[in-house]
Design a protein around this ligand. Structure first.
Ligand code: AMP
Length: 282
């Protein structure tokens, strides 16, 4: 049906985007690591609605994985991804090979100090440097007018917003709500790693956030007490091990004593060796 095109080469990608722009189209961009699910597709739909021309990138970015992490095992299925994206009316899928973005002798990285060291940055010190570097590189290639990110990765979205502001990049950042399965589990490509028991155990994340939401609705404002409620719920699940549970302001990601509207409750939990994140904006 649609004429979706797939480019692996940077010059071809650039040429095609320039053609769309010179035809007066605005460019929407959705960067992903592939293994497309409904969470990704919600961003794609937002882009197709918002922009005249939608580019989706699929690139499992080695710079954001530590050596002991799951870069090699990360789920990949390009044909399946392309079918999903074609059905949404995506114009171009960009699938650069690793060497195109990180050729031999590559040495330049982007860091957002402060923000990148908080929350997930404590256990994944390389992570946001890798994310910011690849996103900036992709922005230079795709030159989007608007780029779409998910609230699922709340810290990532906050850091990208800051990078764009600090560097004065000419791109609007839109952050889309978390898409969940009907039982509450936030969709993630890494959910493909779960067996049935682990999948069940993983529900403790969203359950704990639901409990927090209920307490806050009933008037609780004390961050320590809210965190205690969340931790108790997760610790009751034998397969779960907490990395962190924090309540922070949504801009600087610094801890709060008393929660306020707009604050972020963020958590990371291991189910066996699989690391999951989830969050709630108050
Ligand atoms: P990834 O492929 O995991 O790097 O994700 C690509 C984009 O999709 C990021 O902006 C994510 O925040 C977003 N995303 C991933 N999962 C979800 C979800 N469950 N709901 C909304 N956005 C998501």
């Amino acid at each position: 049906m649609s004429g979706m095109q797939i480019f692996a080469s940077i010059p071809e990608m650039k040429a095609h985007v320039h053609e769309a722009k010179s035809g007066g189209k605005s460019v929407g961009f959705v960067p992903t690591m592939g293994f497309i699910h409904e969470g990704h597709l919600s961003l794609v739909r937002a882009s197709v609605r918002d922009a005249g021309f939608t580019v989706v990138s699929i690139f499992v970015n080695p710079a954001q994985f530590a050596p002991h992490e799951d870069f090699e095992d990360y789920p990949r299925d390009l044909e399946r991804d392309l079918d999903f994206l074609r059905a949404e009316g995506v114009d171009v899928v960009f699938t650069p090979p690793r060497d195109a973005l990180y050729p031999a002798g590559y040495h330049t990285y982007v860091e957002v100090h402060g923000l990148q060291e908080r929350l997930c940055g404590k256990s994944r010190p390389q992570f946001f440097r890798g994310v910011c570097t690849v996103v900036l590189k992709l922005f230079h290639i795709v030159e989007p007018d608007v780029a779409f990110f998910g609230q699922k990765d709340a810290q990532q979205s906050a850091i990208i917003r800051r990078m764009v502001k600090d560097l004065g990049l000419d791109v609007r950042i839109e952050v889309c709500p978390i898409v969940r399965d009907s039982d509450g589990l936030a969709l993630s490509s890494r959910n493909a790693y779960f067996d049935v028991d682990q999948r069940e155990a993983a529900l403790c994340l969203s359950r704990s956030l639901d409990l927090a939401r209920t307490k806050i609705s009933a008037g609780e404002r004390n961050a320590c007490r809210i965190i205690r409620i969340i931790r108790d719920e997760i610790e009751a699940e034998p397969q779960a091990k907490i990395d962190y549970v924090e309540i922070v302001d949504a801009e600087e990601l610094l801890p709060r004593d008393k929660v306020e509207v707009g604050d972020l409750i963020a958590l990371a939990v291991y189910i066996d060796h699989i690391r999951l994140i989830d969050n709630l904006i108050i």
